[in-house]
Write a protein that binds this ligand. Structure first.
Ligand SMILES: *[C@@H]1O[C@H](CO)[C@@H](O)[C@H](O)[C@H]1NC(C)=O
Ligand SMILES: *[C@@H]1O[C@H](CO)[C@@H](O)[C@H](O)[C@H]1NC(C)=O
Ligand SMILES: *[C@@H]1O[C@H](CO)[C@@H](O)[C@H](O)[C@H]1NC(C)=O
Length: 387
């Protein structure tokens, strides 16, 4: 019986995944189909799709990392970034700010996961960046403002192309100022050492995997999608920073080294969520291959900003067209004034209050060595759920 069910589900699922590349959404929901569906794999894509490729696994990990962070960032909102297929598929087929966030955070996730895998030595194709620490005639390379900025610039320059599609390029002064923010110098003499995160490889492969299907298209939605993917990758690349540590016997600090390190993925998520809150609604320009803010009083978005073209639904009620699951039965917070407040989360429909009691571990004591013993206490908790 169970075997039959599995079989039935497989058959049923086929037509759903069979179309949809045209909409572009399903790369994120079915990443391994990307390799199977692309007839003539060439160049970098072929490299990623090689059988049992560890790189492909890291890319898929990265997409999942992005989805998990999205769920975390939106856990208190009406749209909670549920990755239920029936919802996410619809979200990805539209062009709302939610779509933009998912595209950005997953593109960032791939950049992050692949870069981390390189640093940890888990991929044969790449490794961490030791170029700064290479000894120069036996002498260590010292870290100072000049070498640190140069190292960050090296990471950032590889993909800066003078694209006519992006008329918003900023001057170099801005850029140096931004770079210096990522460099906090400890006092004294420090040298380059260790493994720096090598963002370029992750950045490039995020781009190959997620963007290459669309690179030759120039319709409005594709422009928006590629912009948001790039904003996600830049949220990582341009916040790589200098990190320094002392090493030596019992904290003697005989060896002082610095290296380049990505921010935590949580920081990246926080930053992109801010961009979500300030996302720009854009329209196609007359030239047909770039966009501009819908409102003429708004300054143009930068490459770090998220953009969208469709207004979002309010996500109050379930709606199969928009992918909204509604907020019925969601837990709200009766004392909060934020988006998780009962009024906002429940869309003024009202909420139900109940008290639940549960046994939890309490009065835990640590016994030498190494055991923790706890008592069980009955704890009550107020729970409010949306009607
Ligand atoms: C980029 O290219 C355009 C035309 O191709 C040129 O006018 C512009 O000065 C270039 N910008 C930079 C920063 O090189
Ligand atoms: C997200 O919202 C859906 C629909 O209301 C709900 O079923 C799900 O439990 C929520 N997920 C989390 C993590 O709260
Ligand atoms: C509810 O909101 C208040 C105020 O923002 C906060 O202090 C509290 O921790 C929240 N409770 C829960 C269960 O999240």
């Amino acid at each position: 019986m169970r075997l039959f069910m599995v079989f039935a589900i497989v058959i049923f699922a086929m037509p759903i995944t069979g179309f949809g590349w045209a909409e572009g959404s399903n790369i994120l929901l079915d990443p391994d189909l990307m390799c199977k569906k692309t007839r003539r794999l060439r160049g970098k894509m072929a490299e990623i799709c090689r059988r049992d490729s560890a790189l492909l696994k890291e890319i898929i990990n990265g997409i999942n990392l992005g989805f998990r962070e999205c769920e975390f960032q939106f856990r208190n909102r009406r749209w909670n970034c549920s990755t239920l297929r029936k919802s996410m598929r619809k979200i990805l087929m539209r062009d709302t700010r939610e779509t933009g966030f998912v595209n950005a955070i997953t593109a960032a996730g791939v950049t992050y996961a692949v870069t981390k895998a390189c640093t940890l030595g888990n991929l044969v194709e790449c490794s961490c960046d030791k170029s700064h620490s290479r000894r120069n005639g036996g002498q260590p390379q010292m870290v100072n403002a000049v070498t640190a900025v140069a190292a960050l610039e090296k990471q950032q320059s590889v993909f800066e192309r003078n694209s006519t599609k992006n008329p918003l390029r900023k001057g170099n002064g801005n850029r140096r100022r931004r770079l210096l923010k990522n460099i906090k110098f400890p006092e004294g003499e420090w040298e380059w050492g260790g493994c720096s995160d090598n963002v370029n490889f992750g950045f490039r492969h995020s781009r190959v995997f997620l963007d290459s299907k669309y690179r030759r298209r120039s319709d409005f939605r594709t422009l928006v999608k590629l912009h948001n993917n790039m904003a996600g990758r830049l949220a990582i690349r341009d916040s790589v920073r200098l990190e320094c540590k002392c090493h030596g016997l019992s904290g003697s600090c005989t060896v002082k080294t610095c290296w380049l390190k990505m921010p935590s993925f949580r920081e990246v998520g926080n930053r992109l969520r801010e961009k979500f809150d300030g996302a720009y609604k854009v329209v196609l320009r007359n030239d047909g291959n770039s966009f501009m803010p819908e409102s003429e009083h708004v300054k143009p978005p930068s490459k770090y900003d998220l953009v969208y073209s469709d207004d979002s639904s309010d996500f109050c009620a379930p709606n199969v067209r928009t992918g909204s699951l509604g907020t019925q039965n969601r837990e709200c917070n009766a004392t909060s004034l934020g988006p998780d407040s009962c009024d906002l989360l429940c869309c003024n429909r009202g909420h139900r209050h109940h008290v639940v009691s549960e046994w939890v571990n309490c009065k835990c004591v640590f016994k030498w060595c190494c055991e923790v013993t706890c008592e069980k206490c009955l704890e009550t908790r107020d729970i409010n759920t949306c009607l």
